[in-house]
Design a protein around this ligand. Structure first.
Ligand code: SAM
Ligand code: SF4
Length: 330
């Protein structure tokens, strides 16, 4: 098997596959007020998406995370999960979801082979949550979705994007939730990919600050960082139950061992989310090109992967607003 490797020697193992750019929520750090959707005929079919995964799996990609937009608004997505689960070389499929439709789909997703879900829950205060996601009356549905996913045996984590002055007063509440339920809570640094271009470095709460705040109440210990992970996990010294994850995409992005590749719903391969470079697989997929030709193109595209933002961070030249997050999937 020839691996998918870039010119800095980084090898792709994980795929973030965006199955749609559409969403039933309007999170203020993600969607523009007037989103421009990918035209329907440009969105890859399930067959095309599964073929891309098969080709990537033949080059060593073994873990797939479905994302969006909101993956559960794409009708029949559990069929895609099943198709991907049967691809040789794929060891794990997970999903990042806003959780609204999770209660209805949890069972079908688990049966189709999904291993886990990460549910985005940015506040434990219903009103504030609904303000952030731009839709009223949805908090309870998301919480019910989390419970349903646990009931069917899916591994469940929570993502909370922390924005200064918005929800950074809830860190202890989230930590208590984790200690009570055992659900891992991941705090994500606000990234400059919001649709309304409101991002500002002043609104980022750095992972190190979050750790400092939590350490005033808890004795936390770091767990070993998995190769390629942007998340540092911490356990509580006084409790076996609960885990905190800190996603330091801005303050410490770990570009040097990044092992991810992304594919958007329109078939554009994105080797690095901090770069504008995209490589369109759709013309090849739709012109009858054989797998070998597509995999050669992918290898060429991935070899050109952007070095990353670690050095740029030191000079304060962080790339911003490249594409709104709902078009890529995080
Ligand atoms: N709709 C799903 C959801 O919200 O979980 C999946 C797609 S969403 C784009 C993937 C993840 O990116 C979510 O956890 C979301 O909160 C996060 N996200 C969106 N915009 C972000 C931003 N500007 N900075 C950091 N994370 C962001
Ligand atoms: Fe939709 Fe997820 Fe973006 Fe919120 S973060 S608008 S739920 S895609």
């Amino acid at each position: 098997m020839s691996k998918l490797v870039d010119r800095y020697g980084r090898v792709a193992k994980k795929l973030r596959l965006s199955v749609t750019d559409r969403c039933n929520f309007r999170c203020n750090f993600c969607m523009p007020k007037e989103p421009v959707w990918i035209p329907r005929d440009e969105v890859l079919s399930f067959e095309e998406l599964a073929r891309v995964v098969k080709i990537l799996a033949s080059m060593g990609v073994s873990r797939v995370r479905l994302t969006g937009g909101e993956p559960l608004v794409r009708r029949g997505v559990e069929k895609l999960v099943k198709a991907i689960a049967s691809i040789p070389g794929i060891e794990e499929i997970t999903m990042t979801t806003n959780g609204f439709h999770l209660k209805s789909f949890a069972n079908a997703l688990a049966e189709a082979g999904l291993r886990g879900v990460t549910v985005s829950l940015h506040s434990l205060k219903p009103e504030r949550f609904e303000e952030i996601v731009g839709v009223r009356g949805v908090f309870d549905k998301v919480v019910e979705g989390i419970a349903a996913a646990r009931d069917v045996g899916l591994r469940v984590k929570i993502n909370a994007v922390v924005v200064k002055g918005c929800n950074d007063d809830e860190l202890f509440d989230f930590a208590e939730l984790s200690r009570r339920t055992g659900i891992t809570v991941k705090f994500i640094e606000f990234m400059p990919f919001d649709g309304e271009r409101l991002w500002n470095i002043e609104r980022v709460v750095r992972a190190s600050e979050i750790l400092e705040i939590l350490s005033t109440r808890y004795q936390l210990y770091p767990k070993p960082r998995e190769h390629g992970s942007t998340t540092r996990y911490y356990g509580f010294k006084d409790s076996q139950v609960g885990e905190i994850g800190l996603v330091s995409s801005i303050s410490e992005p770990f570009c040097s061992d990044c092992d991810r590749v992304r594919v958007k719903a329109d078939g554009k391969l994105v080797p690095c989310m901090f770069s504008r470079d995209e490589y369109d697989l759709k013309p090849l997929l739709r012109s009858g090109a054989p797998d070998e030709e597509i995999s050669e193109f992918i290898k060429w595209a991935f070899s050109r992967k952007f070095r990353g933002v670690e050095t740029l961070l030191k000079t304060g030249e962080l790339p911003q607003h490249i594409r709104p997050m709902h078009t890529l999937g995080g």
